[in-house]
Design a protein around this ligand. Sequence first.
Ligand code: NAD
Length: 353
Amino acid sequence: MFNNYFLKKKILITGNTGFKGTWLTNFLLIMKSNIIGVSKDIPTNPSMFKATISKSQINQYFFDIKNFIKLKNVINKENPDIIFHLAAQPLVKKSFEDTIETWETNVIGTVNLLEALKTYKKKIIVIIITSDKSYKNKEWVWGYRENDELGGSDPYSASKASAEFVINSYYQSFLNKKENIRLSIARAGNVIGGGDWAENRIIPDCISSWSKDKIVKIKNPNSTRPWQHVLEPVSGYLQLAYVLSKNKKISGEAFNFGPNLDQNKNVKNLVKKMSSYWQNKKWSIDKNHSKIIESRLLSLNCEKSKELLKWTPTLSFDEMSEFTISWYKTYYSNKKRIKNLTYKQIKDFMSKF
Ligand SMILES: NC(=O)c1ccc[n+]([C@@H]2O[C@H](COP(=O)([O-])OP(=O)(O)OC[C@H]3O[C@@H](n4cnc5c(N)ncnc54)[C@H](O)[C@@H]3O)[C@@H](O)[C@H]2O)c1
């Protein structure tokens, strides 16, 4: 798929200690890239980052991307060939509690990265990860396309949409005039997979109960989401970087990475499927749940990525569920095997391309 494009490339990943960042780092380690990580912290305990990546494998920096000088200095010191920008406050519920932190990290953090690139001299590919929540949710039944209107009401969605305005402005005003920089935006939605322990996400909620043999209480059982395995968008980010390096015309553009529309399932069906892969672990519906304002079904039209990047979703609903549950079962039964299983899942996934 990407030939040897990533071999020995210097790749800076912001947010590399998080859920998606750890999968991306492992994927690139398999392809023998040199990884520079920039993260504020290790966001969860347990942590997939801790369980699968050793200190000697990457060059890790811990600081806040709100610190422009530090970010600029690391970029100029390390001179990466590629940057994947994932660092964010990514949780809708937390964005209601830590609203300023969400805005600052998601918007000013992105400003800082782009500002540092204004004076960057080396040839570079930049992929900025936003979200399907960047789209203004019009409660349509059909998928959103890249040129649909952006916007969001909850603080997280609005911060991601705002980051897109920032990117567009920097691109039009400065970066598109620089021959050495190519930049694209990647939008994906709800991802699941092994290694996520974030709060208030459905799979981590299930796992934290099931690993203690407790019943999980599910909120919003009828909410339908376009679920996909984390390796799907991660492979999309990689494919986008690869195609962008060959094709200057897609610089400045956004790309969607979502599942096929027939993968839309409600929370109840997802939990049922997951439990079937883990000795029918138990679940019930939480009737006391107080709702926060989160948008309803939003799915992505991925024709542009399919056509221009030759990217396509790979795993079926069953495969995605099996990958996810077998990861956690292995983690809780024999943590020492988790690095091997992670590599195996990435290689199995690649063999399906
Ligand atoms: N997980 C999903 O379902 C999903 C869906 C759509 C988009 N996204 C986007 O993908 C990206 C990664 O999400 P995730 O689920 O892996 O998140 P995560 O919470 O697991 O990881 C977040 C990462 O960002 C870092 N970070 C947070 N604030 C920072 C700051 N101020 N300075 C430096 N580093 C900081 C953390 O240390 C961590 O490495 C985010 O941009 C998120 O908005 C995620």
